[in-house]
Design a protein around this ligand. Structure first.
Ligand SMILES: NC(=O)c1ccc[n+]([C@@H]2O[C@H](COP(=O)([O-])OP(=O)(O)OC[C@H]3O[C@@H](n4cnc5c(N)ncnc54)[C@H](OP(=O)(O)O)[C@@H]3O)[C@@H](O)[C@H]2O)c1
Length: 244
């Protein structure tokens, strides 16, 4: 079995930002509900996936709020390899956290009406104490790569372990760009919110991070444009690759 088909599904302001004061406004919330319905609602367009993948900063900003994990440094060695606490959750939150830093306190997250089981995506750098914490909390984990996270191995493991041929790549900009640069993104789906706040330096859809990626001109192929009920635009692109 190869890797799942990967769709980067994001909501974005008119000025290309994925975070900011436009989000909690009435216009921003109406657009977020349209975005949610396409990938997670009952009659969703993307229906073959079992969850979405997000980067560590997105998890800190939205769920763990930079809390430190409560580790037992004297914990007995955990068994080698991956740990699957809940194999059949209808929805999962695949949390990219290469070195095991997120201060989770329970094994699921809530996003609008969706409850998703947390599956940590770790590299070999995550400590025994961190894996022990995840086991105590009933959080699943997959290990991909030794010194650094192997993204391709990670998505192949997600496909094989959770029996899914589609995976939603759910940001933020740093993780999205890592996937684009690695050739691991098949479609970019953007819900363009009819709002902006003009904040200088706010996160955009794609962000090169010197530790993982570089900035490279890249082309996308427009597949479809639709107007959504609230006035948002739903834009779908294929990823063509680097251009000169
Ligand atoms: N509008 C939307 O649809 C939407 C969706 C999701 C998120 N967001 C927002 O986006 C913001 C965060 O975006 P962000 O770009 O700062 O961070 P991010 O993409 O959420 O997370 C970046 C982190 O992911 C890990 N990572 C990224 N590439 C990697 C690679 N190739 N190998 C291993 N690990 C990798 C690294 O973790 P380590 O530092 O631990 O190595 C890196 O620091 C949040 O504020 C969130 O609310 C918006």
């Amino acid at each position: 079995m190869g890797r799942p088909r990967i769709v980067c599904h994001m909501h974005m302001s008119l000025d290309g930002k994925i975070v900011g004061d436009y989000l909690p406004t009435d216009v921003g919330m109406a657009s977020q509900r349209e975005f949610y319905a396409l990938a997670y609602g009952p009659g969703r367009h993307y229906r073959d996936h079992k969850g979405w993948l997000s980067g560590r900063i997105s998890s800190e900003d939205n769920f763990t709020h930079y809390r430190k994990p409560e580790l037992d440094e004297a914990a007995a060695p955990v068994p080698e390899g991956d740990y699957i606490a809940v194999p059949d959750a209808p929805m999962n939150y695949f949390s990219v956290d290469p070195s095991g830093q997120l201060g989770w306190e329970r094994n699921s997250i809530d996003y609008f009406d969706t409850n998703a089981h947390i599956v940590e995506i770790l590299s070999g750098r995550a400590s025994n104490a961190y894996k022990d914490l995840l086991r105590r909390l009933g959080i699943s984990y997959l290990i991909a790569g030794e010194d650094s996270l192997d993204l391709e191995e990670a998505v192949e493991k997600i496909g094989a372990t959770f029996g899914t041929e589609e995976l939603i790549l759910g940001g933020g900009g740093g993780l999205n760009w890592s996937f684009i640069r690695a050739g691991l993104c098949d479609e970019v789906s953007i819900v363009l919110t009819p709002a902006a706040d003009g904040t200088k330096g706010a996160q955009t859809l794609f962000e090169a991070d010197g530790r993982y990626t570089t900035a490279v001109p890249t082309a996308f192929g427009l597949e479809d444009v639709r107007k959504l009920h609230d006035g948002s635009l739903w834009l779908r692109y294929t990823v063509k690759g680097p251009i000169n």
